[in-house]
Design a protein around this ligand. Structure first.
Ligand SMILES: [Zn+2]
Length: 269
């Protein structure tokens, strides 16, 4: 068996491991940022929906007030005309018009009351929410119970948090970029060599990686595959000790002697 082939793949795994350990320095920050951004979008949507309702209520209220003012002006003019009425028929006709305008006013006032009622109801729910917050009973709070100011504060806090996390991640990326770029270059070069010298092993290696197994190539540890802890048959130990490899029957990983990893690490400049 040509042992140098496996050494080339061990070196590749060694380099891939280094990139992995740098990425792990990001400590799940990309995922945290994503989750925070989802929370921000959700909270923003809630706030926007409330603003839209408030704006519509404001517009409707203005329109209704305008209607009432118009009706009042008309009533005033009808009443003025009544004082000049020449006969009962004219007078009664004006009374009917006044009555119509009064009905219009009454209808508009009912609608205004409805708006006020809805606003009060929303306010009551928010007061209830505030009380639940004070009592730490967060899971009993419905969306509409969340007070406006708490929601605004929540959005502000979330935005601050995501900014901080992004800065943190950015600085890690900047700090490690040189190392990552150098490793990527070394990996590309190493892959070329492995491709030429040990194509079959590389395709085995890539097949495992594509199946989301980052440590496609692992050490023999306590006579077992350190990827899945399945014991390696005794009759295969010799070949491993001699610098060969074994394909784990359980997980398919490539198992080698620890020494090979040490040798691969020794190549680091
Ligand atoms: Zn295994």
């Amino acid at each position: 068996m040509d042992h140098t082939k496996i050494n080339l793949v061990v070196r590749l795994q060694h380099l891939d491991n280094q990139i992995e350990s740098i990425i792990s320095l990001q400590r799940g920050l990309p995922e945290e940022i994503k989750a925070l951004e989802e929370d921000i979008a959700f909270t923003s949507r809630q706030i926007e929906a409330r603003e839209k309702v408030a704006e519509e209520q404001h517009k409707t209220r203005e329109k209704l007030n305008e209607t009432i003012e118009n009706c009042k002006a008309k009533i005033k003019s009808f009443k003025d005309k009544q004082t000049l009425a020449r006969n009962n028929k004219e007078y009664d006709a004006l009374s009917k018009q006044i009555e119509y305008e009064e009905k219009e006013i009454a209808q508009a006032e009912i609608k205004l009351q409805d708006i006020l009622h809805n606003e009060e109801k929303a306010q009551e729910l928010q007061d209830q929410g505030r009380q639940l917050i004070a009592e730490n009973r967060y899971d009993e709070i419905s969306e509409e119970m969340m007070p406006d100011d708490v929601l605004a504060q929540q959005l502000k806090d979330l935005k601050n948090q995501v900014e901080q996390k992004k800065e943190e991640l950015e600085s890690i990326i900047v700090e490690t970029s040189e190392e990552v770029n150098s490793l990527k270059k070394q990996i590309a070069e190493q892959r070329k060599i492995v491709e030429k010298e040990a194509k079959r092993l590389l395709s085995k290696y890539d097949h495992l990686k594509n199946g989301n197994i980052q440590n496609a190539l692992v050490r023999l540890h306590r006579q077992a595959c350190s990827g899945c802890n399945t014991r390696v048959p005794t009759n295969r130990h010799t070949i491993i000790v001699q610098g060969g490899f074994y394909l784990c029957e359980s997980c398919g990983r490539i198992v080698v002697h620890e020494r090979l990893f040490e040798e691969a690490a020794a190549e680091d400049k």
